[in-house]
Design a binder for this molecule. Sequence first.
Ligand code: PRP
Length: 206
Amino acid sequence: MIRVCSHPILRHALSVLRDRKTSMENFRKAIRRASWALGLEALRGLETRPRRIRTPLRPLSAPFLQSPPPCFVAVLRAGLAFLDGMLDLVPDASVGHIGLYRDEKSLVPVRYYVNLPAPLKGAPVFLLDPMLATGGSMAQAAAILKSRGAGKISAVSLIASRQGLRRFHRQHPGIAVYVAAVDPYLNARGFIIPGLGDAGDRFFGT
Ligand code: PRP
């Protein structure tokens, strides 16, 4: 399932992110707002369970997020740009990291780091990577999660290319992908067009 989120706050944030004139500071602020909007949508399926509390005035049965809390897995580096915003929404989420970089020539993702909370089974897992270009990185990250026992996985991205989404869906048909936009194509270097450039470089100032 592909879910293109169209909240006006998200659409505005995306335009700020796409603009080459946006400073690093404003890029960071906009991507945080975008992660809230995308996160709220992606987290919509989380279950709640009633618990007895007392307001200052009377007892109440109130809904709280069910345990175990979700797990957010950032695909390094750019996935880190989504992490703080997602943790604003669920501060007790567990966090994992998967380090992948794309070989510049072949565009094949190369794995250099994996650190995931154990056990993954039982917790809904949200894979975070703002850019889904060829789809190779997200697909490899999802395969790593499955090999470590993750059950319900969702992917959260900002911009996906049409062909990357097709590829990801072929490899992982059961994983829902939440995005702010689907862009039409990739250039010869594997960059999403029109896209926003290299999200990691613009977020970290490299
Ligand atoms: C970029 C981006 C994604 C990946 C997308 O990362 O942040 O992780 O490429 O490309 P794909 O869908 O074709 O695999 P990059 O490899 O440049 O590493 P970085 O995040 O460390 O900059």
